[in-house]
Design a binder for this molecule. Sequence first.
Ligand code: HEC
Length: 183
Amino acid sequence: MSARYLLLLGMVTGLVVGCGKSEPPAVTPPQSAATPAPSPAAATPSTAAPATADAALPAPTPQSIAARKLDPEKIKRGAAVYRTHCASCHGPNGEATPNWREQGADGRFPPPPLDGSAHAWHHSTGTLEKMIREGSPGVGGMPAWNGKLTNQEIDDVIVWIKTLWPDEIYDIWYKEIESKQKD
Ligand code: HEC
């Protein structure tokens, strides 16, 4: 458990550095970062292979969600916003599609997962809000939601997205990104 934690911590430290440089096409850094990661994992049991480890992490239990102190009303409202506006692209539970790492013929990547198995959790709440507000229309294909969703709706949907993240991801996100206000 703690080995895996350290491993994830190493990953996030590396990834956060890698991701500051290129803001709009946020999909490229995790790809390159996810590939070299398996080597340090060689010493740990095979279940820890990072490329798949994130997806294999246990889903949060209701208790661990409660420990995050996220407002239940926001979670409920955020789930509705997500279902209406985001699920069609990012998947009903933020899981996206299995081919999300594959660049399409138009040079765009499919919508990435938001469930903690990709890159979204490498951003502070403030950055997520900006990404949702501004999107990457034209370049990356994420619509801009500014003016289409209220501040409250954007805030709510971010809270809901955080409930998708496994405990270990959430803990590292909180300690290494949110509390340090990194990108
Ligand atoms: C038309 C499809 C589409 C819809 C609808 C959509 N997205 Fe996206 N989203 C994308 C794509 C494509 C990307 C990747 C953009 C890029 O790489 O520039 C993305 C990226 C993101 C990211 C950054 C992820 C990361 O790994 O850094 C977040 C957060 C996000 N979307 C949240 C949302 C939310 C919340 C909604 C609903 C309000 C939503 N998206 C609706 C297509 C969509």
